[in-house]
Design a protein. Structure first.
Length: 303
C-alpha cells in the first residue's frame, strides 16, 4: 500500500508494510516538518515581482514555515502565490523586503502586506476560488515611509499634534497633488498658505466669522447680507443693500464722488483742500479760510 500525505502539511503516512529499513528516515523527516509547521522561522528571499510559496508532500519546503521573514530585493510589488491552492495555511508574516507583498491562493481574495508590516494571514485552501485574509499588527509608522489608511481615521478623542514647521517638508498639513494648500505654525506665526494654482475660497452656509483668540469679532460676512468690519469688537463698516454704513470718522488722502466718467474728487495738496471735477481743479480752500474758485460764484440764490 503506497504512502499518503496529510491534507495541509504534506506529512507522509507510510502504507502498512511499506518502507522496510527506511521507515525511520521518513519518520525523522515528518518530525522535522512538524517542527517547522509549529514554530519554524524561514527567511524568504523575494526577487522580481512574483514568488511561489510551495508546500511539498513528504519533504521540507518553505511553505511549511510558521513564520515568514520576507527579504531580498524585489523590483516592485511582489505577488506571493501559496501553493497548492487546496491546503489551509496560517502564517505570521514580517515584510522587510522594501516592497509590498501580495499573498494570493486563488480568485477569492488577496491581502497586501506593506513594507515594514507584520501580520497573520490565513489561506482557506478552497481551490481555484481560495481566499487569503489577514490580521495586522500596528506597523512601525516611523520606519514606514508610505503608510496608508484603509478607512477613516478615528482619533479616539485625542489630538493630531504638529511641531513648529521649519520648512515645507516638516510639520505641515498639506492638501493637493503639489502640496498647494498648507496649514502650519513656524514657531512665531500661524499660516493658511495657498501656494498653488487657482483661488482660495472660504465658504460658510450662513456666515463666515474672523475672530481673535479672545472671541472678539474682527470681520463677519453674512450670506445674502452684510459684510461687517470691526475695530476692538465694535462695528465700524457695514455694507447694506443701499451701500455702506460707516460708524465714526472717515479719513483718507482723497475722496471721490462717482458721477460716471466725470467724477467729483476732494484731495489735499500742500495743506489745501482741492475740489476737482472730471480731473480739473475747480476750487481751493486754504488753511486761512480763503476760497479760490474757477468760474463764477453765486452769493445768493436757490439750490
Amino acid at each position: 500500500m503506497a504512502s499518503t500525505y496529510t491534507v495541509n502539511s504534506g506529512i507522509e503516512k507510510p502504507g502498512s508494510g511499506e518502507q522496510s529499513g527506511t521507515w525511520g528516515d521518513t519518520t525523522n523527516t515528518n518530525f522535522d516538518i512538524i517542527d517547522r509547521v509549529l514554530s519554524g522561522v524561514g527567511s524568504i528571499t523575494l526577487s522580481g515581482t512574483t514568488h511561489t510559496l510551495t508546500t511539498s508532500d513528504g519533504s521540507l519546503s518553505d511553505g511549511h514555515y510558521k513564520v515568514l521573514l520576507l527579504g531580498g530585493s524585489p523590483s516592485g510589488t511582489n505577488t506571493v502565490t501559496i501553493s497548492p491552492n487546496d491546503q489551509d495555511k496560517m502564517y505570521l508574516v514580517k515584510n522587510d523586503s522594501g516592497q509590498s507583498a501580495i499573498f494570493t491562493q486563488g480568485s477569492g481574495g488577496n491581502v497586501t502586506i506593506i513594507n515594514g508590516e507584520t501580520a497573520w494571514i490565513f489561506a482557506n485552501g478552497a481551490g481555484s476560488g481560495a481566499q487569503v485574509q489577514k490580521a495586522s499588527f500596528i506597523p512601525d509608522l516611523v520606519s514606514d515611509t508610505s503608510p496608508q489608511l484603509g478607512g477613516n481615521l478615528d482619533v479616539n478623542a485625542k489630538n493630531i499634534v504638529f511641531g513648529d514647521s521649519g520648512s515645507a517638508s516638516d510639520d505641515r498639513l498639506t492638501f493637493g497633488a503639489s502640496s498647494d494648500l498648507q496649514i502650519f505654525h513656524d514657531g512665531s506665526n500661524s499660516y493658511v498658505s495657498d501656494a498653488g494654482e487657482g483661488n482660495l475660497f472660504i465658504q460658510g452656509s450662513a456666515a463666515v466669522y474672523i475672530r481673535s483668540d479672545a472671541g472678539e469679532n474682527m470681520g463677519v460676512f453674512t450670506k445674502n447680507g452684510a459684510a461687517t468690519l470691526y475695530h476692538d469688537n465694535g462695528v465700524k463698516i457695514e455694507t447694506t443693500s443701499a451701500g455702506v454704513d460707516v460708524t465714526g470718522t472717515v479719513q483718507g488722502d482723497s475722496f471721490t464722488l462717482d458721477n460716471s466718467s466725470n467724477d467729483w474728487t476732494f484731495t489735499v495738496s500742500s495743506n489745501n483742500l482741492i475740489i476737482s471735477y472730471a480731473g480739473t481743479a475747480k476750487a481751493k480752500l486754504d488753511t486761512s479760510g480763503n476760497l479760490t474758485v474757477v468760474g463764477n460764484v453765486t452769493a445768493y440764490g436757490s439750490i
